[in-house]
Design a protein around this ligand. Structure first.
Ligand SMILES: [Zn+2]
Length: 508
Protein backbone atom coordinates (compact mmCIF):
# COMPACT_ATOMS: atom_id res chain seq x y z
CA UNK A 1 0.00 0.00 0.00
CA UNK A 2 1.31 3.39 -0.80
CA UNK A 3 -0.27 6.75 -0.38
CA UNK A 4 -0.03 9.04 -3.33
CA UNK A 5 0.87 12.63 -2.66
CA UNK A 6 0.27 14.39 -5.92
CA UNK A 7 0.25 18.04 -5.08
CA UNK A 8 -0.86 20.10 -8.02
CA UNK A 9 2.16 21.47 -9.78
CA UNK A 10 2.10 23.72 -12.81
CA UNK A 11 5.83 24.00 -13.03
CA UNK A 12 6.58 21.89 -16.03
CA UNK A 13 9.51 22.11 -18.41
CA UNK A 14 8.83 24.66 -21.12
CA UNK A 15 8.85 21.98 -23.84
CA UNK A 16 5.58 20.75 -22.37
CA UNK A 17 3.96 24.03 -23.25
CA UNK A 18 4.11 23.05 -26.92
CA UNK A 19 0.35 22.65 -27.27
CA UNK A 20 0.08 26.36 -26.63
CA UNK A 21 3.16 27.35 -28.64
CA UNK A 22 1.77 25.56 -31.71
CA UNK A 23 -1.18 27.94 -31.74
CA UNK A 24 1.10 30.94 -31.81
CA UNK A 25 2.85 31.17 -35.11
CA UNK A 26 4.98 34.06 -33.88
CA UNK A 27 6.81 31.80 -31.48
CA UNK A 28 9.69 30.70 -33.64
CA UNK A 29 12.56 28.33 -33.21
CA UNK A 30 15.03 31.22 -33.08
CA UNK A 31 13.60 32.53 -29.82
CA UNK A 32 16.16 32.30 -27.05
CA UNK A 33 15.06 29.68 -24.47
CA UNK A 34 14.67 32.20 -21.60
CA UNK A 35 12.52 34.50 -23.69
CA UNK A 36 10.49 31.55 -24.91
CA UNK A 37 9.88 30.46 -21.33
CA UNK A 38 8.82 33.98 -20.33
CA UNK A 39 6.43 34.15 -23.26
CA UNK A 40 5.03 30.73 -22.46
CA UNK A 41 4.42 31.77 -18.85
CA UNK A 42 2.58 34.89 -20.03
CA UNK A 43 0.44 32.69 -22.29
CA UNK A 44 -0.33 30.45 -19.35
CA UNK A 45 -1.29 33.41 -17.18
CA UNK A 46 -3.55 34.77 -19.95
CA UNK A 47 -5.31 31.41 -20.17
CA UNK A 48 -5.78 31.11 -16.42
CA UNK A 49 -6.99 34.69 -16.00
CA UNK A 50 -9.48 34.41 -18.88
CA UNK A 51 -11.16 31.49 -17.09
CA UNK A 52 -11.53 29.64 -20.38
CA UNK A 53 -10.87 25.93 -20.72
CA UNK A 54 -8.21 24.76 -23.19
CA UNK A 55 -10.77 22.24 -24.46
CA UNK A 56 -14.27 21.18 -23.36
CA UNK A 57 -12.85 17.79 -22.39
CA UNK A 58 -10.90 19.15 -19.43
CA UNK A 59 -14.05 20.38 -17.64
CA UNK A 60 -14.86 17.15 -15.86
CA UNK A 61 -16.80 15.93 -12.86
CA UNK A 62 -17.16 12.64 -11.05
CA UNK A 63 -20.37 11.28 -9.57
CA UNK A 64 -19.98 11.22 -5.80
CA UNK A 65 -21.16 7.61 -5.54
CA UNK A 66 -18.45 6.46 -7.96
CA UNK A 67 -15.83 8.35 -5.98
CA UNK A 68 -16.97 6.89 -2.66
CA UNK A 69 -17.19 3.37 -4.04
CA UNK A 70 -13.90 3.17 -5.94
CA UNK A 71 -11.54 5.57 -4.13
CA UNK A 72 -10.79 3.30 -1.09
CA UNK A 73 -9.77 0.41 -3.37
CA UNK A 74 -7.50 2.49 -5.62
CA UNK A 75 -6.07 4.29 -2.60
CA UNK A 76 -5.26 0.91 -1.06
CA UNK A 77 -3.57 -0.16 -4.31
CA UNK A 78 -1.63 3.12 -4.45
CA UNK A 79 -3.25 3.88 -7.83
CA UNK A 80 -5.51 6.82 -7.13
CA UNK A 81 -4.63 8.31 -10.53
CA UNK A 82 -6.66 5.46 -12.12
CA UNK A 83 -9.77 7.19 -10.76
CA UNK A 84 -9.68 9.39 -13.88
CA UNK A 85 -11.59 6.68 -15.81
CA UNK A 86 -14.67 7.38 -13.65
CA UNK A 87 -14.82 11.11 -14.40
CA UNK A 88 -16.92 12.47 -17.26
CA UNK A 89 -17.03 15.59 -19.37
CA UNK A 90 -19.63 18.02 -18.01
CA UNK A 91 -21.09 21.42 -18.76
CA UNK A 92 -21.62 22.35 -15.14
CA UNK A 93 -20.12 21.06 -11.90
CA UNK A 94 -22.19 20.83 -8.72
CA UNK A 95 -19.30 21.07 -6.30
CA UNK A 96 -15.61 21.92 -6.58
CA UNK A 97 -13.57 20.18 -3.89
CA UNK A 98 -10.72 22.29 -2.63
CA UNK A 99 -8.39 20.50 -0.27
CA UNK A 100 -4.80 20.29 0.80
CA UNK A 101 -2.92 17.13 -0.12
CA UNK A 102 -1.59 17.18 3.41
CA UNK A 103 -5.05 16.31 4.80
CA UNK A 104 -5.35 12.58 5.60
CA UNK A 105 -7.30 10.68 2.94
CA UNK A 106 -9.51 8.84 5.48
CA UNK A 107 -10.85 12.12 6.93
CA UNK A 108 -11.74 13.33 3.43
CA UNK A 109 -13.51 10.04 2.76
CA UNK A 110 -15.50 10.08 6.01
CA UNK A 111 -16.44 13.73 5.50
CA UNK A 112 -17.62 13.03 1.95
CA UNK A 113 -19.58 10.05 3.23
CA UNK A 114 -21.18 12.07 6.03
CA UNK A 115 -21.96 15.20 3.96
CA UNK A 116 -23.49 13.26 1.07
CA UNK A 117 -24.96 10.03 2.39
CA UNK A 118 -25.69 10.38 6.12
CA UNK A 119 -29.01 12.18 5.68
CA UNK A 120 -30.48 9.71 3.10
CA UNK A 121 -29.15 6.86 5.28
CA UNK A 122 -31.06 8.26 8.30
CA UNK A 123 -34.31 8.52 6.33
CA UNK A 124 -34.04 5.02 4.82
CA UNK A 125 -33.11 3.51 8.20
CA UNK A 126 -36.14 5.10 9.86
CA UNK A 127 -38.45 3.82 7.12
CA UNK A 128 -37.04 0.28 7.46
CA UNK A 129 -37.17 0.47 11.24
CA UNK A 130 -40.82 1.61 11.03
CA UNK A 131 -41.66 -1.30 8.69
CA UNK A 132 -40.03 -3.75 11.14
CA UNK A 133 -42.10 -2.16 13.95
CA UNK A 134 -45.33 -2.69 12.00
CA UNK A 135 -44.40 -6.25 10.95
CA UNK A 136 -43.59 -7.22 14.56
CA UNK A 137 -46.90 -5.86 15.82
CA UNK A 138 -48.70 -7.79 13.05
CA UNK A 139 -46.98 -10.98 14.26
CA UNK A 140 -44.93 -11.47 11.07
CA UNK A 141 -41.61 -11.39 12.94
CA UNK A 142 -40.68 -13.72 15.83
CA UNK A 143 -39.81 -12.55 19.32
CA UNK A 144 -36.15 -11.86 20.14
CA UNK A 145 -34.90 -14.02 22.98
CA UNK A 146 -31.27 -12.96 23.50
CA UNK A 147 -31.87 -9.46 24.87
CA UNK A 148 -34.07 -7.70 27.43
CA UNK A 149 -36.67 -6.66 24.81
CA UNK A 150 -39.13 -8.88 22.96
CA UNK A 151 -38.47 -6.95 19.76
CA UNK A 152 -35.02 -6.10 18.40
CA UNK A 153 -35.99 -6.00 14.73
CA UNK A 154 -36.29 -2.21 14.57
CA UNK A 155 -32.69 -1.71 15.73
CA UNK A 156 -31.23 -4.40 13.47
CA UNK A 157 -33.16 -3.36 10.37
CA UNK A 158 -32.35 0.30 11.11
CA UNK A 159 -28.64 -0.50 11.42
CA UNK A 160 -28.54 -2.62 8.25
CA UNK A 161 -30.45 -0.04 6.22
CA UNK A 162 -28.32 2.79 7.58
CA UNK A 163 -24.97 1.26 6.71
CA UNK A 164 -26.09 -0.12 3.35
CA UNK A 165 -27.41 3.31 2.33
CA UNK A 166 -24.38 5.10 3.75
CA UNK A 167 -21.99 3.08 1.60
CA UNK A 168 -24.12 2.27 -1.44
CA UNK A 169 -26.32 5.35 -1.89
CA UNK A 170 -26.11 6.56 -5.50
CA UNK A 171 -25.85 10.33 -5.13
CA UNK A 172 -25.82 11.83 -8.59
CA UNK A 173 -24.05 15.03 -7.53
CA UNK A 174 -21.07 15.68 -9.79
CA UNK A 175 -18.00 17.00 -8.08
CA UNK A 176 -14.68 18.20 -9.38
CA UNK A 177 -12.03 16.27 -7.46
CA UNK A 178 -8.55 16.89 -8.84
CA UNK A 179 -7.21 13.36 -8.50
CA UNK A 180 -10.07 12.00 -10.62
CA UNK A 181 -10.91 14.91 -12.90
CA UNK A 182 -7.42 15.95 -13.96
CA UNK A 183 -5.59 13.36 -16.03
CA UNK A 184 -2.63 12.55 -13.79
CA UNK A 185 -0.98 10.13 -16.19
CA UNK A 186 -0.44 12.34 -19.25
CA UNK A 187 1.66 15.43 -18.41
CA UNK A 188 0.21 17.62 -21.18
CA UNK A 189 -3.37 16.71 -20.21
CA UNK A 190 -2.50 17.37 -16.59
CA UNK A 191 -1.12 20.78 -17.46
CA UNK A 192 -4.24 21.55 -19.51
CA UNK A 193 -6.39 20.62 -16.54
CA UNK A 194 -4.41 22.83 -14.20
CA UNK A 195 -4.43 25.92 -16.39
CA UNK A 196 -8.16 25.42 -16.97
CA UNK A 197 -8.84 25.52 -13.23
CA UNK A 198 -10.23 29.06 -13.61
CA UNK A 199 -12.78 27.78 -16.14
CA UNK A 200 -13.59 24.78 -13.92
CA UNK A 201 -14.10 27.05 -10.89
CA UNK A 202 -16.33 29.32 -12.95
CA UNK A 203 -18.52 26.37 -13.96
CA UNK A 204 -18.81 25.11 -10.36
CA UNK A 205 -22.01 25.91 -8.48
CA UNK A 206 -20.38 25.76 -5.06
CA UNK A 207 -17.00 25.36 -3.47
CA UNK A 208 -16.50 22.70 -0.83
CA UNK A 209 -13.42 23.39 1.26
CA UNK A 210 -12.21 20.23 3.00
CA UNK A 211 -10.40 22.25 5.58
CA UNK A 212 -7.35 21.33 7.60
CA UNK A 213 -4.68 23.38 9.35
CA UNK A 214 -2.45 23.40 6.23
CA UNK A 215 -5.19 24.76 3.95
CA UNK A 216 -4.38 28.42 4.49
CA UNK A 217 -0.66 27.82 4.02
CA UNK A 218 -0.96 26.13 0.61
CA UNK A 219 -0.69 28.41 -2.36
CA UNK A 220 -2.87 26.29 -4.64
CA UNK A 221 -5.69 26.05 -2.09
CA UNK A 222 -5.74 29.83 -1.74
CA UNK A 223 -5.56 30.23 -5.49
CA UNK A 224 -8.66 28.05 -5.87
CA UNK A 225 -10.46 30.09 -3.22
CA UNK A 226 -9.42 33.35 -4.92
CA UNK A 227 -10.42 32.02 -8.35
CA UNK A 228 -13.85 30.94 -7.12
CA UNK A 229 -14.51 34.28 -5.40
CA UNK A 230 -13.41 36.15 -8.51
CA UNK A 231 -15.56 33.95 -10.79
CA UNK A 232 -18.70 34.87 -8.81
CA UNK A 233 -18.02 38.52 -9.49
CA UNK A 234 -17.61 38.13 -13.24
CA UNK A 235 -20.60 38.60 -15.54
CA UNK A 236 -22.03 35.48 -17.17
CA UNK A 237 -24.28 32.50 -16.44
CA UNK A 238 -22.10 31.36 -13.54
CA UNK A 239 -22.21 34.74 -11.86
CA UNK A 240 -24.02 34.29 -8.54
CA UNK A 241 -23.54 34.65 -4.82
CA UNK A 242 -20.52 32.62 -3.74
CA UNK A 243 -21.65 29.38 -2.11
CA UNK A 244 -18.76 28.15 -0.05
CA UNK A 245 -19.16 25.16 2.26
CA UNK A 246 -16.30 24.67 4.67
CA UNK A 247 -16.04 21.25 6.22
CA UNK A 248 -13.92 20.84 9.38
CA UNK A 249 -11.61 17.82 9.15
CA UNK A 250 -13.24 16.06 12.11
CA UNK A 251 -16.90 16.78 11.32
CA UNK A 252 -17.62 13.46 9.58
CA UNK A 253 -15.34 11.33 11.80
CA UNK A 254 -16.84 12.89 14.98
CA UNK A 255 -20.52 12.56 14.10
CA UNK A 256 -20.11 9.13 12.48
CA UNK A 257 -18.08 8.20 15.60
CA UNK A 258 -20.99 9.20 17.88
CA UNK A 259 -23.31 7.09 15.70
CA UNK A 260 -20.91 4.14 15.76
CA UNK A 261 -20.80 4.33 19.57
CA UNK A 262 -24.60 4.34 19.75
CA UNK A 263 -24.80 1.40 17.33
CA UNK A 264 -22.23 -0.53 19.37
CA UNK A 265 -24.18 0.11 22.57
CA UNK A 266 -27.41 -1.01 20.82
CA UNK A 267 -25.78 -4.25 19.71
CA UNK A 268 -24.54 -4.95 23.23
CA UNK A 269 -27.94 -4.05 24.66
CA UNK A 270 -29.83 -6.42 22.38
CA UNK A 271 -27.37 -9.25 23.02
CA UNK A 272 -27.31 -8.96 26.84
CA UNK A 273 -30.18 -10.25 28.95
CA UNK A 274 -29.71 -8.09 32.04
CA UNK A 275 -30.31 -4.36 31.66
CA UNK A 276 -28.59 -3.59 34.98
CA UNK A 277 -25.45 -5.47 33.92
CA UNK A 278 -25.53 -3.48 30.70
CA UNK A 279 -25.70 -0.19 32.50
CA UNK A 280 -23.00 -1.03 35.03
CA UNK A 281 -20.43 -2.56 32.70
CA UNK A 282 -21.05 -1.46 29.15
CA UNK A 283 -21.79 2.21 29.68
CA UNK A 284 -18.48 2.93 31.53
CA UNK A 285 -16.64 1.08 28.71
CA UNK A 286 -18.38 3.27 26.15
CA UNK A 287 -17.38 6.34 28.18
CA UNK A 288 -13.77 5.22 27.87
CA UNK A 289 -14.16 4.82 24.09
CA UNK A 290 -15.73 8.30 23.94
CA UNK A 291 -12.66 9.90 25.51
CA UNK A 292 -10.74 10.17 22.18
CA UNK A 293 -13.80 11.95 20.73
CA UNK A 294 -13.67 14.59 23.49
CA UNK A 295 -9.91 14.81 23.06
CA UNK A 296 -10.35 15.34 19.32
CA UNK A 297 -12.95 18.07 19.87
CA UNK A 298 -10.59 20.01 22.16
CA UNK A 299 -7.84 19.72 19.56
CA UNK A 300 -10.31 20.93 16.93
CA UNK A 301 -11.06 24.16 18.83
CA UNK A 302 -7.34 24.77 19.34
CA UNK A 303 -6.87 24.29 15.60
CA UNK A 304 -9.37 27.09 14.95
CA UNK A 305 -7.42 29.40 17.29
CA UNK A 306 -4.25 28.62 15.37
CA UNK A 307 -6.01 29.10 12.02
CA UNK A 308 -7.30 32.55 13.02
CA UNK A 309 -3.82 33.73 13.92
CA UNK A 310 -2.38 32.15 10.80
CA UNK A 311 -4.90 33.70 8.43
CA UNK A 312 -4.74 37.11 10.13
CA UNK A 313 -1.05 37.18 9.20
CA UNK A 314 -1.56 35.55 5.79
CA UNK A 315 1.07 36.47 3.29
CA UNK A 316 1.17 35.23 -0.30
CA UNK A 317 4.97 35.19 -0.21
CA UNK A 318 4.99 32.82 2.76
CA UNK A 319 2.39 30.37 1.45
CA UNK A 320 4.04 27.11 0.48
CA UNK A 321 4.13 25.56 -2.91
CA UNK A 322 5.14 22.01 -3.75
CA UNK A 323 7.35 23.02 -6.67
CA UNK A 324 9.52 25.14 -4.36
CA UNK A 325 9.73 22.28 -1.83
CA UNK A 326 10.98 20.01 -4.62
CA UNK A 327 13.49 22.64 -5.78
CA UNK A 328 12.08 22.99 -9.34
CA UNK A 329 13.75 19.87 -10.75
CA UNK A 330 14.61 19.86 -14.47
CA UNK A 331 14.51 23.64 -14.77
CA UNK A 332 10.78 23.82 -14.14
CA UNK A 333 9.12 27.18 -13.82
CA UNK A 334 7.79 28.19 -10.39
CA UNK A 335 4.04 28.04 -9.82
CA UNK A 336 4.33 31.02 -7.47
CA UNK A 337 5.22 33.34 -10.41
CA UNK A 338 2.27 32.17 -12.52
CA UNK A 339 -0.22 32.23 -9.64
CA UNK A 340 0.97 35.67 -8.46
CA UNK A 341 0.43 37.11 -11.95
CA UNK A 342 -3.03 35.50 -12.20
CA UNK A 343 -4.12 36.74 -8.77
CA UNK A 344 -2.84 40.24 -9.52
CA UNK A 345 -4.91 40.24 -12.72
CA UNK A 346 -8.02 39.16 -10.78
CA UNK A 347 -7.73 41.24 -7.61
CA UNK A 348 -5.66 44.24 -8.77
CA UNK A 349 -2.72 43.44 -6.53
CA UNK A 350 -1.36 40.72 -4.25
CA UNK A 351 -1.99 43.05 -1.27
CA UNK A 352 -5.69 43.32 -2.18
CA UNK A 353 -5.94 39.52 -2.31
CA UNK A 354 -4.12 39.21 1.03
CA UNK A 355 -6.48 41.75 2.59
CA UNK A 356 -9.45 39.77 1.25
CA UNK A 357 -8.10 36.53 2.78
CA UNK A 358 -7.26 38.22 6.11
CA UNK A 359 -10.76 39.68 6.51
CA UNK A 360 -13.62 38.14 4.50
CA UNK A 361 -12.16 34.67 4.02
CA UNK A 362 -11.05 34.52 7.67
CA UNK A 363 -14.52 35.48 8.90
CA UNK A 364 -16.15 32.91 6.60
CA UNK A 365 -13.75 30.23 7.83
CA UNK A 366 -14.35 31.01 11.50
CA UNK A 367 -18.13 31.20 11.07
CA UNK A 368 -18.39 27.94 9.19
CA UNK A 369 -15.91 26.05 11.31
CA UNK A 370 -17.60 27.04 14.56
CA UNK A 371 -21.31 27.89 14.57
CA UNK A 372 -22.24 26.43 11.19
CA UNK A 373 -20.34 23.17 11.59
CA UNK A 374 -22.37 21.50 14.35
CA UNK A 375 -25.86 22.45 13.26
CA UNK A 376 -29.07 21.14 14.80
CA UNK A 377 -29.87 18.79 11.90
CA UNK A 378 -26.37 17.29 11.97
CA UNK A 379 -26.58 16.61 15.70
CA UNK A 380 -30.05 15.05 15.25
CA UNK A 381 -28.58 12.75 12.58
CA UNK A 382 -25.96 11.57 15.06
CA UNK A 383 -28.71 10.58 17.53
CA UNK A 384 -30.91 8.63 15.07
CA UNK A 385 -29.87 5.16 16.41
CA UNK A 386 -31.81 6.04 19.59
CA UNK A 387 -35.01 6.20 17.51
CA UNK A 388 -34.49 2.63 16.27
CA UNK A 389 -34.01 1.43 19.83
CA UNK A 390 -37.05 3.25 21.16
CA UNK A 391 -39.19 1.68 18.41
CA UNK A 392 -38.08 -1.71 19.78
CA UNK A 393 -38.91 -0.67 23.33
CA UNK A 394 -42.30 0.51 22.16
CA UNK A 395 -43.01 -2.69 20.21
CA UNK A 396 -41.91 -4.87 23.15
CA UNK A 397 -44.67 -3.66 25.47
CA UNK A 398 -47.54 -6.00 26.18
CA UNK A 399 -50.30 -6.34 28.72
CA UNK A 400 -52.59 -3.58 30.02
CA UNK A 401 -52.71 -0.20 28.32
CA UNK A 402 -50.36 -1.43 25.59
CA UNK A 403 -51.48 1.04 22.93
CA UNK A 404 -51.09 4.00 25.28
CA UNK A 405 -47.71 2.79 26.50
CA UNK A 406 -46.50 2.41 22.92
CA UNK A 407 -47.42 5.98 22.13
CA UNK A 408 -45.67 7.13 25.29
CA UNK A 409 -42.48 5.30 24.26
CA UNK A 410 -42.58 6.85 20.79
CA UNK A 411 -42.97 10.33 22.27
CA UNK A 412 -40.02 9.57 24.56
CA UNK A 413 -37.95 8.67 21.47
CA UNK A 414 -38.81 12.02 19.91
CA UNK A 415 -37.87 13.82 23.16
CA UNK A 416 -34.46 12.16 23.22
CA UNK A 417 -33.58 12.51 19.53
CA UNK A 418 -35.00 15.96 18.80
CA UNK A 419 -34.50 17.73 22.13
CA UNK A 420 -32.21 16.08 24.68
CA UNK A 421 -29.46 14.71 22.40
CA UNK A 422 -28.81 17.74 20.19
CA UNK A 423 -28.87 20.12 23.20
CA UNK A 424 -26.57 17.80 25.12
CA UNK A 425 -24.13 17.52 22.19
CA UNK A 426 -24.21 21.31 21.76
CA UNK A 427 -23.44 21.71 25.46
CA UNK A 428 -20.54 19.25 25.12
CA UNK A 429 -19.22 21.30 22.19
CA UNK A 430 -19.21 24.29 24.56
CA UNK A 431 -17.53 22.42 27.39
CA UNK A 432 -14.77 21.17 25.05
CA UNK A 433 -14.40 24.73 23.71
CA UNK A 434 -13.99 26.20 27.20
CA UNK A 435 -11.62 23.41 28.29
CA UNK A 436 -9.66 23.28 25.03
CA UNK A 437 -6.34 24.50 26.53
CA UNK A 438 -3.75 21.78 26.25
CA UNK A 439 -2.08 20.57 29.42
CA UNK A 440 1.67 20.31 28.98
CA UNK A 441 1.62 16.85 30.57
CA UNK A 442 -0.02 14.32 28.23
CA UNK A 443 -1.57 12.10 30.97
CA UNK A 444 -3.19 15.16 32.57
CA UNK A 445 -4.49 16.23 29.18
CA UNK A 446 -6.10 12.81 28.66
CA UNK A 447 -7.56 12.97 32.19
CA UNK A 448 -9.13 16.32 31.26
CA UNK A 449 -10.86 14.71 28.25
CA UNK A 450 -11.99 11.83 30.47
CA UNK A 451 -13.43 14.31 32.99
CA UNK A 452 -15.42 15.92 30.16
CA UNK A 453 -16.82 12.51 29.17
CA UNK A 454 -17.73 11.69 32.79
CA UNK A 455 -19.33 15.12 33.18
CA UNK A 456 -21.20 14.69 29.89
CA UNK A 457 -22.39 11.20 30.90
CA UNK A 458 -23.61 12.56 34.26
CA UNK A 459 -25.55 15.35 32.51
CA UNK A 460 -27.15 12.88 30.10
CA UNK A 461 -27.99 10.50 32.91
CA UNK A 462 -29.54 13.41 34.85
CA UNK A 463 -31.66 14.42 31.84
CA UNK A 464 -32.74 10.80 31.23
CA UNK A 465 -33.72 10.34 34.88
CA UNK A 466 -35.73 13.57 34.85
CA UNK A 467 -37.39 12.54 31.59
CA UNK A 468 -38.26 9.11 33.00
CA UNK A 469 -39.66 10.67 36.18
CA UNK A 470 -41.82 13.17 34.27
CA UNK A 471 -43.25 10.42 32.05
CA UNK A 472 -43.85 7.54 34.46
CA UNK A 473 -43.96 8.91 38.00
CA UNK A 474 -45.20 12.52 37.97
CA UNK A 475 -48.82 11.48 37.41
CA UNK A 476 -49.02 7.80 38.40
CA UNK A 477 -52.62 7.16 37.25
CA UNK A 478 -52.77 4.59 34.43
CA UNK A 479 -53.16 4.95 31.49
CA UNK A 480 -53.48 8.73 31.24
CA UNK A 481 -50.74 9.59 33.75
CA UNK A 482 -47.85 8.62 31.45
CA UNK A 483 -49.61 10.18 28.44
CA UNK A 484 -49.90 13.53 30.24
CA UNK A 485 -46.42 12.96 31.66
CA UNK A 486 -44.98 12.51 28.17
CA UNK A 487 -46.69 15.73 27.03
CA UNK A 488 -45.11 17.56 30.00
CA UNK A 489 -41.74 15.93 29.23
CA UNK A 490 -41.83 16.83 25.52
CA UNK A 491 -42.78 20.42 26.37
CA UNK A 492 -40.14 20.77 29.11
CA UNK A 493 -37.27 19.44 27.02
CA UNK A 494 -38.40 21.34 23.90
CA UNK A 495 -38.17 24.56 25.93
CA UNK A 496 -34.73 23.52 27.24
CA UNK A 497 -33.58 22.72 23.67
CA UNK A 498 -34.94 26.04 22.40
CA UNK A 499 -33.15 27.89 25.18
CA UNK A 500 -29.93 25.96 24.48
CA UNK A 501 -30.02 26.78 20.77
CA UNK A 502 -31.24 30.36 21.13
CA UNK A 503 -29.53 31.59 24.26
CA UNK A 504 -26.17 29.84 24.38
CA UNK A 505 -23.66 32.39 23.09
CA UNK A 506 -22.06 31.77 19.71
CA UNK A 507 -18.77 29.91 19.64
CA UNK A 508 -15.98 32.44 19.57
ZN1 LIG B 1 8.20 27.11 -6.88
Amino acid sequence: MSSEKLEECLGVPTERLEFRAQEETSVSDVDPPAEHAEEAIESLVDLIVSMEATSPDVVRGIRIHKLLRHAPWYWWQGQLREMHQFSERVLQIDEFWSHSWRLAAWTKYLNALFLNNAWPACVVSLVCSGIAFALFLMGCLPEWTLGPFRCSWCSFSGMAAYFLTLFLCRRRVRAFVDIACINQKEPVKKLEGLISLGAILKKSKRLLVLYDSTFTTRLWCLFELGGYLYSRGTPGPASAEPEIRICPPLLGPMLLGVQALLVLSLLLLHMGKALLQYQLVVLPCLALIATPLAHGMRAYWRGIDAMQQQVARFSFAKASCDCCTRGHPGGRSCDRVILAKSITAWFGSIEAFEANVQTEVRMALVRQLTNEAFTYDRLVQAAVPLLWMQLDVSASHSGDWTVWTRWVELSRAATHVFAICPSWLKLLCFVTLKLRAQNCRVPMDIVMSLVIVVLGSAIYLGCSTLEEYLVWFLIPTQPYGPVFGSVISVSTFSVIALVAWRCLPEFR
